[in-house]
Design a protein around this ligand. Structure first.
Ligand code: HEC
Ligand code: HEC
Length: 206
């Protein structure tokens, strides 16, 4: 019985890893072909009309707890869509919604939002210097100098302040809503006031 559980667990993990690598490979192929990329962005613009209700027409969300998708790395967007679909990232609405998207639509939408520009916003100026110091010490090696990330590392520059705060705390506090070991370790040293500082620094970056 035990062996069966292990075997089934292994199979589920392998199938999900396979789904991830196929989608990511397909993304690279489309990105490497300018005409296919243009067509995918155009199709994504149309396919994302429903997403705009919350994430904004150009991927700049209008509500504080909904993340901007504009300028986000497409590989990261695609991976988060996969995680919602697989129940590895929890959000009741997003988990349900993602199930109705076909594989190709997921890819097109990720490429469309990634192609839109991000606009930085004002932050609490008294927090920025401390936030920069923390970011440089604890985060820069994965998220990059300008906090633009790359591939599966998300862009954080210009992201919504309350979303950044609650997301960082979810990783740190092991809530199970977001699951990533690298992030749990990286955020462990942060006190609540550090989270506020680093989020203020990130939201005002271009
Ligand atoms: C009813 C509002 C709503 C709609 C409509 C919606 N989303 Fe979301 N989306 C959210 C919220 C809220 C979150 C943040 C969940 C969390 O706190 O982790 C989110 C998160 C995401 C993320 C993760 C972004 C990140 O930075 O990690 C992606 C990707 C995403 N949505 C894609 C989509 C796509 C694609 C559509 C359209 C098919 C869509 N969403 C429609 C509310 C919405
Ligand atoms: C060792 C690499 C690594 C380090 C160091 C790291 N991160 Fe991350 N971060 C990641 C990865 C990978 C993800 C995507 C995880 C997932 O899929 O949920 C992520 C996700 C995030 C997100 C979610 C973004 C979104 O759009 O939802 C935030 C916010 C974040 N990191 C902030 C930070 C901060 C602040 C620090 C420093 C205290 C930090 N990270 C340090 C690798 C890292």
């Amino acid at each position: 019985m035990r062996t069966l559980f292990i075997a089934v667990g292994f199979l589920v993990t392998s199938v999900s890893a396979l789904a991830q690598s196929t989608a990511q490979e397909r993304l690279k192929t489309v990105q490497g072909d300018p005409a296919a990329l243009r067509a995918a962005v155009e199709a994504g613009r149309k396919a994302s009309f429903f997403c705009a209700n919350c994430h904004g027409e150009n991927g700049i969300s209008k509500s504080p707890d909904v993340p901007n998708l504009a300028g986000q790395n497409p590989a990261y967007l695609l991976e988060q869509i996969r995680k919602f679909g697989a129940g590895e990232r929890k959000d009741q609405f997003m988990q349900g919604l993602i199930k109705v998207l076909k594989d190709e639509e997921r890819l097109q939408i990720a490429l469309y939002f990634a192609s839109e520009p991000v606009s930085p916003v004002k932050a609490d100026a008294t927090q920025v210097a401390r936030g920069k110091e923390l970011f440089t010490k604890l985060c820069v090696r994965c998220h990059g100098d300008q906090a633009r990330g790359g591939e599966l590392y998300p862009r954080l520059a210009g992201q919504k302040l309350p979303y950044l705060q609650s997301t960082i705390m979810r990783y740190r506090d092991g809530t199970g809503i977001r699951n990533n070991q690298l992030m749990t370790i990286a955020t462990a040293p942060l006190k609540n006031e550090d989270v506020t500082a680093v989020a203020n620094y990130l939201t005002q970056l271009p």
